[in-house]
Ligand binder design. Structure first.
Ligand code: G3I
Length: 423
């Protein structure tokens, strides 16, 4: 009798494994949930770690090819895109990120864009309220700090201090070729297991750069150092994540305000050629990632915007398909949302496949400015997505300016509601 009871209980338990609803996970390494999708949905493999229940028959069941930038079309959104908001042209098919229905990701995706993202890193991924908002609202994460040069190619040595205290001392000169990926891996693993896209940030940047790189003075050494850094960092996440590393900010903040190249070690030693060297190294390291040049203060059609467009056109004319996209960071003051449309239009006129808003935050978080930026992206076919530079004011790099969409208690602010209402 007891055996019979156990069998009945087992049968009931087996039958009660629910099918997975739209956009839910239905497979992947280490996944132990149901692999059955609700009627009308297909379980689509996005990568080795993540399969997703998606409506319709038109999505590819395998990720895009690995030898060139993907060319297959992006999947059809669940809600038809209106003619005034056409799908982004972009570089091709992008996996559908996982997020809650009616969150920002879901709403923006249904308007034909690939993602609404936020920056993150282990220091914010260990805050439960922050993670809950990321899971619900955002479909893409950008590592705020963990992939920067001084975070991955830098050596810390443990030494005993005063015979009692252990200290970590940065042995800067010894860090060439010594990589540590702890925080970057944590971010990538979290994103992958939660179905989020990743924008890699950043490979060549004058800031957060170890001193030994700044001290290089000959072309051959600096070229090799750039190539090795990019091959090791971008190469680490290529292929393993298939399409999950959606894009890389290959070169970051390389312009002065007047539109000429910044006086960095890269420009001093290599001149403008460092841009092509870096992008070609990134293409070799991760052939499916979309390669971006990214900068700040591109907030009105100014000399920096013109310098950016000229350089991108020059580089892509000399070597076609070198730079895929332009990122405008958009760390804005209140009132600056009004010029965002003109800027996106100017950047989209460059010879690139796509553009994106990559680090959005606005002092005081005025609803009007936020909605102007979102509308500008909606109205610009090449704009593929928006990333905000943090979730909550509690963790913003400019926290006292309260520039984000969620307050210090992770509650949505007026700007969040305003965006949700226009999407
Ligand atoms: O990791 C060290 C820690 O070991 C040390 O004890 C501590 C003491 O100051 O510093 C820690 O590093 C800090 C790092 O953030 C990680 O928390 C740096 O001092 C701090 O300068 C760094 O700030 C970051 C800044 O970039 C510089 O890299 C901000 O968090 C980050 O939001 C900001 O992001 C940049 C984008 O990458 C590029 N565009 C502008 C944007 C805002 O400045």
């Amino acid at each position: 009798m007891s055996k019979l009871l156990a069998l009945v209980t087992l049968a009931i338990a087996a039958n009660s494994v629910a099918a997975v609803g739209p956009w839910g996970q239905c497979g992947g390494l280490n996944y132990s949930g149901s692999t059955q999708c609700d009627a009308g949905l297909n379980c689509v493999k996005l990568n080795d770690w993540y399969s997703q229940c998606q409506p319709g028959q038109n999505q590819p069941t395998t990720p895009a090819p690995t030898t060139s930038v993907p060319t297959t079309p992006i999947p059809t959104p669940t809600t038809p895109t209106t003619t005034s908001n056409p799908a982004p042209t972009g570089t091709g098919w992008v996996p559908v990120p996982s997020a809650s229905a009616n969150g920002l990701q879901d709403k923006l995706y249904k308007r034909g864009k690939h993602y609404f993202g936020a920056c993150a890193d282990p220091n914010t991924l260990n805050i439960a309220s922050n993670v809950a908002v990321l899971q619900r609202e955002f479909g893409q994460v950008t590592p705020e700090n963990s992939m920067k040069w001084d975070a991955v190619e830098r050596t810390f040595h443990r030494i005993l201090h005063n015979f009692r205290e252990l200290m970590y001392v940065d042995i800067d000169a010894a860090s060439r070729g010594q990589f540590s990926f702890g925080n970057a891996d944590t971010l990538v693993n979290w994103a992958t297991s939660n179905g989020k896209l990743i924008r890699g940030h950043t490979l060549v940047w004058h800031s957060q750069l170890p001193g030994w790189v700044n001290n290089i003075s000959d072309r051959a050494t600096l070229t090799t150092v750039i190539q090795n850094h990019i091959q090791t960092v971008a190469g680490r996440y290529a292929g393993k994540l298939l399409d999950q590393i959606l894009a890389w900010d290959v070169c970051n903040e390389i312009f002065e305000e007047n539109g000429t190249l910044r006086n960095s070690v890269f420009n001093r030693v290599l001149g403008e050629s460092f841009v092509t060297i870096a992008f070609q190294a990134a293409r070799k390291a991760d052939p499916t990632a979309v390669l971006y040049i990214n900068d700040y203060n591109l907030d009105s059609v100014n000399s920096k915007v013109n310098g950016m467009v000229s350089l991108v056109n020059r580089v892509n004319q000399a070597n076609p398909n070198t730079i895929d996209g332009i990122g405008t960071q958009m760390h804005l003051q209140a009132g600056m949302g009004s010029t965002s449309q003109a800027v996106l239009t100017a950047l989209a006129a460059a010879n690139v496949k796509e553009i994106a808003v990559t680090e959005l935050d606005i002092v005081g978080a005025p609803s009007n400015d936020y909605t102007q930026v979102v509308r500008a992206c909606l109205n610009t076919p090449k704009c593929v997505g928006i990333t905000v530079w943090g979730v909550s004011d509690a963790n913003s790099w400019r926290s006292s300016s309260t520039p984000l969409l969620f307050d210090r208690s992770y509650n949505p602010k007026a700007a969040y509601t305003a965006i949700a209402n226009i999407l």
